[in-house]
Design a protein around this ligand. Structure first.
Ligand SMILES: NC(=O)c1ccc[n+]([C@@H]2O[C@H](COP(=O)([O-])OP(=O)(O)OC[C@H]3O[C@@H](n4cnc5c(N)ncnc54)[C@H](O)[C@@H]3O)[C@@H](O)[C@H]2O)c1
Length: 251
C-alpha cells in the first residue's frame, strides 16, 4: 500500500469526518494517530479490525502545550511524522438570524470558535513542521468549509475561522514548499456526521437542494480526498479543494 510505513496524525478522529479520514488513511497502510479531546478508541478499533494500525491520543487542539507533548511523544515512539490532517472543530449556534450573526455573536463564542477551529491549525502545523522539515518531506491537509466561500447567515465566527484556515494554508504552503512540505485544505459541503443523525431527514432535504449530487456526503468520501492529497497530489500546494457535491459550482 502506498502509505505503508508512514505515520499520520489526524485530529477530530473520534467522530465524523476525522473518523472517515483516519479510516481511509489507515486503509492505505499508514499508522494513524487518532487525536481528539474525546476518547478515539472506537476509531482505533475500526481500523485494527480492518487490519490497520492506529493508536488513540488525547489532545485539546487549542492548547500549545498539548500539541508539543503529543507530537514529541508520537515522534519519540514511531521515529517519524509524515502526514497531518487538522480536522477537529466545532460549529456552535444555529443558522439564520437566530444564530451567530455579526450582531448576535458574543465575544466568548468568537474567541472559543477561533481558538478551536483556527488557532489549532496554526499550533498543529507549528508542532509538526520541524519534524517534516528534518525529514525533507511532509503533507498537511487542513479542514475549511464552504461557509468560507459562501455567506451563510448565523455563522459569522465559524465562517471567519474557516476563511482564516484558507489563508493560513496558503501561507504555510508558500513558507515550506522548499522543504518538501505540501499544504492544502479541503472545504466540505454538508457531510453526514453524528450531529446530523437526530434530524437526518431535514439535512438530507437541504443537501438535496444545495448539492448537485443530491444527498449528504459521507465522511469516508471526504477521507478519500484527504488521502488523494496525502498520497497522490504531488504537484499541488496552497489549494483549497471543495468536497461539496457541487454546491459551489451551482448556478
Ligand atoms: N459535517 C459537515 O457537514 C462539515 C462541513 C464543513 C466542514 N466541516 C468541518 O469538519 C470538521 C469535522 O466536523 P464533523 O462534522 O466531523 O464534526 P464532529 O463533531 O463529528 O467531529 C469533530 C471532532 O472534533 C473533536 N474536537 C472538538 N473540539 C476539540 C478540541 N478542542 N480538541 C480536540 N478535538 C476536538 C470532537 O471531539 C469531535 O470528535 C470540523 O472542522 C468542521 O468544521 C464539517
Amino acid at each position: 500500500m502506498s502509505l505503508d510505513g508512514k505515520c499520520a496524525f489526524i485530529t477530530g478522529a473520534a467522530s465524523g469526518i476525522g473518523q472517515g479520514v483516519a479510516v481511509r488513511t489507515a486503509a492505505r497502510g499508514a499508522h494513524v494517530v487518532c487525536a481528539d479531546i474525546q476518547d478515539a478508541s472506537v476509531t482505533v478499533k475500526m481500523i485494527q479490525e480492518a487490519g490497520g494500525s492506529a493508536e488513540p491520543v488525547l489532545i485539546d487542539v487549542s492548547s500549545a502545550q498539548d500539541w508539543t507533548e503529543a507530537v514529541s511523544a508520537v515522534v519519540g515512539r514511531t521515529g517519524r511524522l509524515d502526514l497531518l490532517a487538522n480536522v477537529a472543530g466545532i460549529t456552535p449556534g444555529a443558522s439564520g438570524s437566530a444564530g451567530d450573526t455579526v450582531l448576535n455573536l458574543d465575544e466568548a463564542t468568537w474567541s472559543r470558535v477561533l481558538d478551536i477551529n483556527l488557532k489549532s491549525v496554526w499550533l498543529g502545523m507549528k508542532a509538526v513542521i520541524p519534524h517534516m522539515r528534518e525529514a525533507g518531506v511532509g503533507r498537511i491537509v487542513n479542514t475549511s468549509s464552504i461557509s468560507a466561500l459562501r455567506g451563510m447567515p448565523g455563522m459569522a465566527a465559524y465562517a471567519a475561522s474557516k476563511g482564516g484556515i484558507q489563508a493560513l494554508t496558503q501561507q504555510a504552503a508558500a513558507e515550506y514548499a522548499a522543504d518538501g512540505i505540501l499544504v492544502n485544505a479541503i472545504a466540505p459541503g454538508m457531510i453526514l456526521t453524528p450531529v446530523k443523525l437526530s434530524n437526518v431527514d431535514i439535512f438530507q432535504e437541504v443537501a438535496a437542494e444545495k448539492h448537485l449530487v443530491p444527498r449528504l456526503g459521507e465522511a469516508t468520501e471526504v477521507g478519500d480526498v484527504v488521502v488523494f492529497l496525502f498520497d497522490e497530489a504531488t504537484f499541488m500546494t496552497g489549494q483549497v479543494l471543495p468536497v461539496d457535491g457541487g454546491w459551489t459550482a451551482r448556478g
